[in-house]
Design a protein. Structure first.
Length: 297
C-alpha cells in the first residue's frame, strides 16, 4: 500500500464523523459532503507527518471550511423564504422502533435544533457545535474563529443560552411519537378538524420550505396557532392519503412519495401528546438530491 492509499484509508475512518460535524454546521447534506471532500483535498496537500492528531486536525479543518460557507450565505438569506427555511432531513425507514438504533445514527440531530442553529452567528454556531456537540477544546477552536480561547468560550456560552431558550421540549419515546402521527394522518385523511385541533398545541408553529420558485398556496410560509395549522392540514389532505411514517432525523416523521417520488418530508416535535412544531421540506430541487434509503422502492 502506498503512502497516499494509507492516508486515504485513514481519512475514510473519519468520514462519518466529519459528515456529522458538517451537517450540524450547515444543515445541508450536499454542502456537508462538499465540505468533507474539501477537507480531504486539504489533507492531501499537507504533509501527514506534521499532523499529530489526525481526527482533531480534520475536525477543525472541516469546521473552518463550514465557517467560510456560512459566512458566504448572506445572499441566500435575503431570499423570500426567510424564516421558513427547513434544513435537509436525514431519512431512515421506520422498520422498527428501537431507541438504541437511533442513538447509533450519526446524523440524528433534530430538525428543531437545526432550525435554531440557523439563527446563530456563524462563529457562535461553530463554537457551539465543535465544543458542545463534539468536545473540541476551546484552545483548538479559537484560531478558527480568530479569537482568544476566553472569547471563544463566550461565543459558545451565548449560543448555548440561545439554543436552550429556543429549542422546544420533545417527546423522546418513538412509540408515543408514532401514536400521535398516526392519529394526525387519520384525522387529516378523514377531514376531522376537531381531531386535528386536539392533536396540535395551541401555539404550534409550522414551517413549510418550498424553495424560492414555488408560488401560491404551496409557497414557503410560517404559520402559528392550532386553528391555522389545522386548516393547512386539511388544505393538503390529499398528501396525507399517500403519506407514510419514516424516521426523520431520528424521530418519527412523514414522507409523501406518490409513485416513489418524494414530494415532501415532514419532521415534527411532540410534547405531552401534542404536536408543537412541524418542519416541512417541499423544495423540488432539494428533494431531488435527498437520500431516501429504502423509502421509495
Amino acid at each position: 500500500m502506498t503512502g497516499s492509499e494509507e492516508l486515504a484509508d485513514r481519512f475514510e475512518e473519519h468520514r462519518g464523523h466529519l459528515r456529522a460535524v458538517a451537517y450540524r454546521m450547515l444543515g445541508s447534506l450536499t454542502e456537508a459532503e462538499d465540505a468533507v471532500q474539501e477537507a480531504w483535498l486539504r489533507l492531501s496537500r499537507t504533509a501527514p507527518d506534521d499532523i499529530q492528531n489526525l481526527g482533531g486536525w480534520l475536525t477543525t479543518v472541516t469546521g473552518r471550511i463550514c465557517l467560510d460557507l456560512l459566512r458566504s450565505r448572506t445572499a441566500r438569506r435575503e431570499e423570500p423564504m426567510g424564516d421558513a427555511f427547513v434544513p435537509d432531513p436525514v431519512l431512515r425507514p421506520l422498520s422498527h422502533l428501537d431507541p438504541a438504533e437511533e442513538v447509533l445514527q450519526a446524523d440524528s440531530v433534530g430538525l428543531a435544533l437545526l432550525v435554531v442553529l440557523e439563527n446563530l452567528e456563524p462563529a457562535e454556531r461553530l463554537a457551539f457545535v465543535l465544543h458542545d456537540m463534539f468536545a473540541v477544546p476551546f484552545d483548538d477552536i479559537a484560531p478558527v474563529v480568530e479569537r482568544s480561547p476566553a472569547a471563544t468560550r463566550q461565543l459558545a456560552s451565548r449560543a448555548r443560552r440561545r439554543v436552550r431558550g429556543a429549542t422546544p421540549s420533545a417527546e423522546p419515546d418513538l412509540g408515543r411519537q408514532k401514536e400521535v402521527l398516526d392519529a394526525f394522518l387519520a384525522a387529516s385523511r378523514g377531514g376531522d378538524f376537531e381531531a386535528l385541533l386536539a392533536l396540535l398545541h395551541p401555539d404550534v408553529v409550522l414551517r413549510a420550505d418550498s424553495g424560492a420558485l414555488v408560488r401560491g398556496a404551496a409557497a414557503s410560509k410560517v404559520v402559528q396557532g392550532a386553528k391555522t395549522v389545522a386548516e393547512q392540514a386539511l388544505m393538503f389532505a390529499r398528501h396525507a392519503r399517500s403519506a407514510r411514517l419514516v424516521l426523520v432525523n431520528g424521530s418519527v416523521g412523514v414522507v409523501h412519495a406518490p409513485e416513489g417520488r418524494v414530494q415532501s418530508v415532514m419532521g415534527v416535535t411532540i410534547a405531552d401528546g401534542r404536536i408543537t412544531g412541524m418542519y416541512i421540506l417541499a423544495d423540488p430541487e432539494r428533494l431531488e438530491r435527498l437520500e431516501t434509503p429504502g423509502l421509495t422502492g
